[in-house]
Design a protein around this ligand. Sequence first.
Ligand SMILES: [Fe+2]
Ligand SMILES: [Fe+2]
Length: 153
Amino acid sequence: MSDKPLMPSEVRRKVLSQHREIEQMLSELEAGVARLGEGGVDAEQVKRAAYALRGILELHMNFEELHMLPAITEADGFGPERARHLNTEHQEQRKQLDLLVDTIREASSIDDLAGSVAKLAQMLRDDIEEEEREYVTDKLLRDNIIPTDTFGG
Ligand SMILES: [Fe+2]
Ligand SMILES: [Fe+2]
């Protein structure tokens, strides 16, 4: 992952594409859970997939903090407050994710495992939905090269 500054439109495109990948991984995790009783998938595979997803989510949040945070901070006068909100949410999510992934790894029945995976999926889908409503918009993440009032007369 490169640290070089990205255009806001590029940040938006990449965050959206990471969100679609996370959703895809969640669907695969849920499909694995649904097949647990059939013998083709075992609980250890589901647990490993959940643990791998935790790592990918950490990279995703780091990407958002490195590239999206500066862009939404500079977008308008509400920027600093918006940035504080996103930071607070990420800290809270890290704690919740660690707890949920621990619960998944320690699950001793299919029902426990399925319940924890369902909670994880719900939490992440809600977060993606909220982020795309609040931050990952073309209003906040647009390439504003010329200040809008330059030709305002
Ligand atoms: Fe995020
Ligand atoms: Fe995100």
